[in-house]
Design a protein around this ligand. Structure first.
Ligand SMILES: Cc1ncc(C[n+]2csc(CCOP(=O)(O)OP(=O)(O)O)c2C)c(N)n1
Length: 283
């Protein structure tokens, strides 16, 4: 990747982090952990990879993105706002009565959200259906789906994975946000994954790419470029991420949801602004 593009994607990821904090901060509490771990993947998808048109969100031939771990809604709202799908301020009504920005993503409410999610596991099936539908219609687009490592406890994820491999859905890319934590603590303690989530996808017939640092935009980008070369199989990216990445009050503990004090919010937003300024100054 050329230096300018790398720089732009790192800036975009830092902008997404800052806006994610502001969006959740407007409500005072929410799923900071699993939103922040996804910021770099969102930057690569929406900043470079995906063929989309914010002015025409339902354009039929667009690439699709499904946030199966729908509780990460804020990172999606930050990304779509920065892409110009709506004025960012409208997302500062997160989860308030009458809002178009519920805590979990809803295609009927938020412009740019392709499919509704929140019940873990279901988004994976929805994405598989969208990918199959694209094939049936002869489209050349791609469908991306993000699942959590805790979400991979759901049997539905594996039914969908089996189906996707059977139907050779090489237009489908699954990103596993492998941040090692879920709601109740460490994934390894709550429900371990045997030889690993990647080994499972491999056994189900997927092409699997282990992205050592899932918070590195260049590594994510390289992995997606590889996914685009794979024929006859869906691809799974294991993104080894950090839960709460970049949120001063959440990263050390890897908390699932957070309700920090006003001072902690102010500190986190100031740190995130400083981080963005530092990345912008690099070149
Ligand atoms: C079917 C279902 N069961 C339980 C929940 C409640 N829930 C929301 S998030 C979560 C943990 C998810 O962990 P993970 O997929 O690792 O998410 P991340 O750490 O990336 O935020 C749970 C159990 C749910 N949303 N859906």
């Amino acid at each position: 990747m050329n230096k300018q593009k790398l720089h732009d994607l790192r800036v975009f990821a830092a902008e997404i982090r800052l806006e994610t904090l502001k969006i959740i901060g407007s409500r005072g509490f929410g799923h900071v952990g699993g939103s922040m771990s996804m910021a770099d993947a969102m930057a690569v998808l929406y900043g470079d990879v995906m063929n989309i048109d914010p002015k025409n969100p339902r354009w039929e031939d667009r690439d699709w993105f499904v946030l199966s771990k729908g509780h990460g809604g804020p990172v999606m709202y930050a990304t779509l706002g920065l892409k110009g799908y709506y004025p960012m301020e409208s997302a500062y009504t997160l989860n308030q009565p009458g809002t178009d920005f519920p805590s979990h993503t809803d295609r009927r409410k938020t412009v740019g959200v392709d499919l509704t999610t929140g019940s873990l596991g279901q988004g994976m099936s929805e994405a598989v259906g969208a990918a199959l539908g694209s094939k049936v219609k002869g489209r050349t687009n791609h469908v991306f789906v993000a699942v959590g490592d805790g979400e991979c406890d759901e049997g539905e994820v594996w039914e969908a994975a089996q189906f996707a491999a059977h139907y050779k859905l090489d237009n489908l890319v699954c990103l596993v946000d492998n941040n090692k934590r879920q709601l109740d603590g460490a994934v390894a303690d709550v429900m371990s994954h045997g030889k690993g989530i990647g080994a499972k996808f491999d056994a189900f017939g997927w092409h699997v790419i282990d992205v050592q640092d899932g918070n590195d935009v260049e590594q994510i980008s390289d992995a997606i470029a590889e996914a685009y070369t794979v024929k006859g199989q869906p691809t799974c990216l294991i993104l080894n991420t950090v839960k709460g990445k970049g949120a001063t009050f959440a990263e050390p503990s890897g908390a699932h949801s957070s309700q920090p004090t006003k001072e902690q919010w102010d500190e986190a937003i100031a740190a995130s602004e400083a981080q963005l300024a530092a990345i912008r100054a690099e070149q």
